[in-house]
Design a protein around this ligand. Sequence first.
Ligand code: FES
Ligand SMILES: [Fe+2]
Length: 359
Amino acid sequence: MTTVDRPAEVTTPPDDAYGLPARYYTDPAIFRLERERVFGREWVPVARVDEVEHAGDFVTYTLAGEPLVVVRGDDGLLRAFSNVCRHRGMVLMAGRGSCSALQCRYHLWTYGTDGRLRQAPHMGGSGFDRRAVSLPSFPVQVWQGWVFTCLDPTAEPFTERLAGLRGRFAPYDLSRYRVVARLPCDAPWNWKLQVENYAESYHHAGTHPGTLEPIFPARYSIPAEHHDDDWFFIDHRPSLPELGGLLVGGAPPLLLFSIDQLAAVWFRLQVDAVDHNQLEIYVLENPDAPLAPQALDSLLASITAINDEDCEVLRATQAGMSSRVYQPGRLSHLERGVAQFHRWLAARLDIGADPHGAG
Ligand code: FES
Ligand SMILES: [Fe+2]
């Protein structure tokens, strides 16, 4: 089994913390450990529930290399299955959409929306029992409109972890929000850089000087103070009261969202490799305050501009992680969420407490 040392940085309290050593963003051995102990065990958001509203609606997702498909059954139940054909292993469904059955294009084995094999052409006379074949399934949970799944059937329910975050949602009912746009984005950096960037407002002045900073200055943001590393939350006060607030929150490993007076945004991340992810930025509309077409266009333009600014710094930070001499620097109090995420990760990786592992 892969082992790595715990960096001294993650043992310190959030107000006295440092960044992670560079190898955490580049080392395939650490990435393998994360696949096993983080993505192989934790609940991950894979879809919004309104994407799988009707029987046959499906969304695919790859988690720790495992191809998955979430599908609404003809019986109305939401299920997650292995998206790999039980015949010779071709990935069954691609992207998202609606289907009457899950059919493999290779030799046309066809599964019902309950995962059972319904048809397998030319398989008679071989002692083959079609009824004994079905797609392996995984647990599904819906929380605030997100569909979560988990590769570990023994994992504790996701909602148990989020008692503290739930209170922050009191003014909202995100379960009613609906997807109105998705912006695909290539994300060639380690997944943790994306989470860290989401978990702090410290970068607003440097990275978003003409977009976010004038509206939500870093100095007006308030990271939630709590001792529970299972979630983070930042309350952004606007520079002018009429602009309304911005709430940014998340729960590791991969739930990242924000809510303002116009809409909610979800960063849907599929982690491919130690230095690559597929990102889709979802825009979620409040059904009580639908966006006019022009308002949606201008919101999408603004999200794209802000994300382009983030992409630039994330690419450059990933490039910095190959440095031989970089030593992680001290974090600001505005990066409390980053320190909490690092402690959460260290606990999941269950790495030894050797401070000499830092470097
Ligand atoms: S691999 Fe799917 S039908 Fe053959
Ligand atoms: Fe940003």
